[in-house]
Design a binder for this molecule. Structure first.
Ligand SMILES: [Zn+2]
Length: 450
């Protein structure tokens, strides 16, 4: 398929006058929104990442000196930390600034309702307001692209003239509206389908000839099954899936049995787009319009490439002063060059939530990492990792249950793969079917610390 550069879109805007080819995307227009950051002509994805980091630092300084001064909550946070905008000169200086935890948002907002003093306009000047579980209230302001999904969609092959079935909820939470914004900005028509009523959705998608899908991967499967049941044919050619794990087996099934090109992305309700897969489909490129850090959950130092850490993001949003927003999601980053030509590092999938990590022999282990390796072995039906502590040493064993006999080297190969992924020696042993209780957690931590 065409590369992202070839199928790049042009954002139509009255501010979009002379070509800004090669100009850094640092201009802010508070009334019309910042169109620069979503204009493919600036080609941010293909610039060296060091250059992107410098552009981002400049942009952050502008926001901190300009619109974010209107957000009392942000001004206080900076003051409490004893910092000013002049403490941010180089990209590395971001480390000096305090982290804003997603889990703290409910109390911050409750203390200064409704948005914790973090927005730069009066609430009545917003475009929409949402409520997510927490409760967390999310502002949505009048920007040309508030959530910036255009690049992610373009990388999945969406382009002008596509008809998109948007299967995210439009009720109270931002998902439905945020994906609609990105698709509309690309020049696609959107069917605001939401979630549920799969029979009606199939019929609408078939009759309106929706050739693209946005939603959960599991819901795409529901729709395809419903279509088969009702004898209708769904005209989907491409699907952008998010907010749920996409098993590679399911992606292959969509591709081979239904002819649907499937790519996934990562983002949050507060931030919008963070990362997305390109045509290669291995790892999600960091969106150049957000600053992404992957940090050791304990020390908050940058996690080395390949090591899991918490995703901390700074979107350059003139309406919402989010600086170093800690998502609670765990991922790792790869700096390997990508054949697609995009220069940004890639997130190697979302492993799970930070509060599920366990430390074994000083290394972070997440159940998602073990599950990913186990999924490579079709014979393994169930597993659990058991951690014990003997003579002051952590010891981890992964127990597996299989219905069928195992190939001779499977346990050894699985152990080798775990060592590659976890950087930790782990035994893999077969246990009798029924040994692992139905309600067992993926990691059974039996260490005693006193
Ligand atoms: Zn790529």
């Amino acid at each position: 398929m065409a590369s992202g550069r070839e199928n790049g879109f042009k954002y139509r805007s009255e501010l979009d006058g002379a070509s800004r080819e090669g100009h850094p995307a640092v201009r802010i227009n508070p009334e019309k929104g910042d169109t620069d950051i979503i204009d493919m002509k600036t080609d941010l994805e293909y610039r060296p990442y060091e250059e992107i980091l410098n552009i981002q630092t400049g942009k952050l300084r502008e926001l901190m000196k300009g619109p974010w001064q209107q957000a009392p909550g942000f001004v206080h946070r900076l003051k409490d930390a004893g910092l000013t905008v002049d403490d941010l000169c180089d990209p590395g200086d971001i480390m000096k600034f305090p982290i804003l935890r997603k889990s703290d948002l409910p109390s911050i907002q409750a203390a200064a309702p409704p948005f914790g003093g973090m927005i730069t306009v009066p609430p009545g000047k917003l475009r929409r307001m949402y409520s997510s579980p927490g409760p967390i209230y999310d502002p949505d302001g009048h920007l040309a692209s508030y959530y910036r999904w255009e690049r992610a969609f373009a990388a999945c092959g969406f382009s002008e003239g596509d008809i998109v079935l948007n299967c995210f909820s439009y009720h109270l939470t931002p998902a439905g509206a945020m994906f609609e914004e990105g698709a509309n900005n690309l020049g696609c028509a959107v069917i605001p389908a939401g979630i549920g009523n799969s029979e009606i959705q199939v019929s609408v998608a078939a009759h309106l000839k929706a050739n693209a899908y946005v939603g959960l991967p599991s819901y795409l499967k529901v729709l395809l099954e419903k279509a088969e049941e009702t004898g209708l044919s769904l005209p989907f050619e491409k699907a952008f899936v998010i907010a749920e794990k996409l098993p590679e087996s399911l992606r292959t099934e969509f591709q081979e049995e239904n002819g649907i090109h499937v790519r996934q992305g990562y983002g949050t309700a507060e931030v919008g787009a963070i990362a997305y897969e390109c045509e290669e489909g291995f790892g999600m490129h960091l969106d150049p319009t957000v600053l992404v850090e992957v940090l050791d959950p304990e020390t908050h130092a940058p996690a080395p490439a390949g090591t899991p850490g918490e995703v901390v993001v700074t979107p350059f949003n003139p309406v919402n002063a989010l600086l170093r927003f800690a998502t609670g999601d765990l991922s790792s980053v790869t700096m390997e060059p990508c054949p697609c030509g995009r220069k940004s590092p890639r997130l190697t999938g979302i492993l799970g939530r930070v509060d599920q990590v366990t430390k074994v022999r000083g290394l972070f282990v997440h159940p998602g990492q073990i599950a990913e390796v186990m999924a490579e072995f079709v014979e393994i039906e169930r597993f659990r990792a058991v951690i014990v502590r003997e003579r002051a040493m952590d010891d981890m064993t992964v127990e597996v249950e299989t219905g069928k006999p195992l190939a001779a080297h499977t346990l050894e190969t699985a152990s080798g793969r775990l060592k590659e992924v976890l950087k930790l020696g782990v035994r893999v042993v077969r246990v009798e079917p029924g040994t692992i209780p139905d309600d067992a957690t993926a990691i059974d931590d039996r260490r005693k610390w006193d």
